[in-house]
Design a binder for this molecule. Structure first.
Ligand SMILES: Cc1cc2nc3c(=O)[nH]c(=O)nc-3n(C[C@H](O)[C@H](O)[C@H](O)COP(=O)(O)OP(=O)(O)OC[C@H]3O[C@@H](n4cnc5c(N)ncnc54)[C@H](O)[C@@H]3O)c2cc1C
Length: 401
């Protein structure tokens, strides 16, 4: 295993880090205090700068204008960009577009690539991924209720989804719907491309999450599909293979998420150390002189490093041994890093006292928005159960003394 960072990558990471600190962190105040739409022109301006620096779409294929970085390399990039909520969006590698791009690249027809993939990678349009339903458990997605029924050359889609992230302002959704109700549970659903201006695509609301409904990219929508009719050529990949495709996109996406969370940990940790050193708590004494705070700092350093290595190791395993070999680690990193991040943000906020609760630092934003990390992309408990099952299977029939 070799985590040496090449000279080329060191240069790239250095440029990105400088850009994040100089160009993006100063924009955060606007994100925290004003409506998101007022920030869009500034975001576009920064995106143009990134394109000119040839740092656009680091994880996407070179043939479509991306940088084509490997999984480990993009993991390192994610750590740097994760320091700010604007990082991924400004560098053109944001979820859910990144996952949709991977699916379109692998399974899209030539026409789908031309219409959806190209402008998506170029950052001309955005997309969303619409799977979770209001009335059924996202933790067991085979219980899907949304249907896509063939009628002439079309599919007619009906269903009630929510938490379709970034649907507000998106050009199209990739919708998971049941096309083959008689098939076995994992072969019942398909992915279908639905342009958001299709009649019957009804965005009901941006759901208030932790007190904020958000808007545009920073939002999560409830959507009613009501006799929403799209041509059958909008099917993405083979019919009935929705879950198979969703499973395949899991590994790389997980690495991006987890390294972004490590970036958030690093930022919160830096703020915590800075505050501890500068907050005078008694004459001549700062918070940093208190053993309890020192203990938080040391524990946080150890926990971040351990989590980071676990994710990099998983990325390395995927790249060198394949997804199958990494399956257990892909589950492990999900709950380990999400919980590490929650702990570090909480400690950093606590060290900031009342200031931590305000939007004068980024910590409260992270606290509100990143709690969801323990729920989306598989809740903690689901991953733990799956890891434990796998481990116990290895022990079956063995005698251990
Ligand atoms: C901020 C955010 C963004 C999201 N973005 C998207 C998106 O873009 N597209 C999309 O389709 N979905 C999205 N989701 C939805 C997400 O995938 C689901 O919330 C998730 O799968 C959990 O499903 P659920 O909410 O229905 O909870 P449920 O399935 O009802 O589970 C509730 C709780 O039950 C427990 N639980 C569930 N199963 C088990 C089990 N087997 N063993 C033990 N305990 C269990 C867990 O504690 C879990 O948190 C998003 C969610 C959030 C919060």
């Amino acid at each position: 295993m070799d985590f040496n960072i090449s000279e080329k990558m060191q240069t790239i990471l250095g440029m990105m880090r400088e850009f994040v600190d100089k160009e993006l962190v100063p924009l955060e105040h606007e994100l925290l205090t004003n409506d998101v739409k007022s920030l869009l022109p500034a975001i576009e301006e920064k995106r143009q700068m990134v394109r000119r620096m040839e740092l656009w779409a680091p994880n996407h294929p070179v043939e479509y204008g991306g940088m084509g970085l490997s999984l480990v390399e993009h993991g390192l990039v994610s750590e740097v960009l994760g320091r700010t909520p604007l990082g991924f969006l400004v560098f053109g590698c944001q979820a859910p577009d990144a996952g949709n791009i991977e699916i379109l690249y692998q399974y899209g027809s030539d026409a789908q690539k031309e219409t959806y993939l190209k402008p998506l990678i170029q950052g001309k349009i955005r997309s969303c991924f619409s799977m979770t339903e209001v009335d059924l458990p996202g933790s067991n997605p085979v219980l899907l209720d949304t249907s896509a029924v063939k009628d002439g050359d079309d599919y007619v889609i009906n269903g009630h989804k929510w938490y379709t992230s970034s649907a507000d302002g998106a050009a199209f959704a990739i919708v998971m719907a049941v096309t083959n109700p008689e098939a076995s549970p994992y072969l019942r659903a398909s992915m279908i491309i639905v342009p958001t201006d299709t009649p019957g695509f009804n965005l009901v609301r941006n759901i208030p999450v932790m007190g904020h409904a958000g808007e545009d990219y920073f939002s999560h929508a409830e959507i009613l599909y009501q006799n929403c009719r799209v041509p059958q050529k909008n099917l993405l990949g083979p019919e009935g293979h929705g879950f198979v495709i969703a499973q395949e996109r899991l590994g790389p996406g997980r690495i991006h998420h987890c390294m972004r969370w490590i970036g958030i940990c690093n930022r919160a940790y830096d703020l915590m150390c800075h505050r501890a050193l500068n907050r005078v708590i008694a004459p001549g004494k700062t918070l940093a002189t208190k053993q309890l705070i020192q203990s938080w700092i040391a524990e946080s350093a150890a926990e971040i490093r351990a989590a980071r290595l676990l994710v990099l190791h998983t990325a390395w395993t995927i790249e060198n041994k394949g997804i199958k070999e990494a399956r257990q680690d892909i589950s492990l990193i999900k709950f380990v890093v999400a919980n590490t991040m929650q702990k570090i943000i909480d400690r950093a906020l606590q060290v900031h006292g009342g200031l931590g609760m305000t939007d004068d630092t980024i910590l409260a934003f992270f606290y509100r928005h990143e709690r969801a990390a323990r729920i989306y992309d598989g809740a903690d408990e689901v991953h733990k159960v799956s890891v434990a099952r796998r481990i116990l299977k290895e022990f079956e029939g063995k005698t251990i003394k």
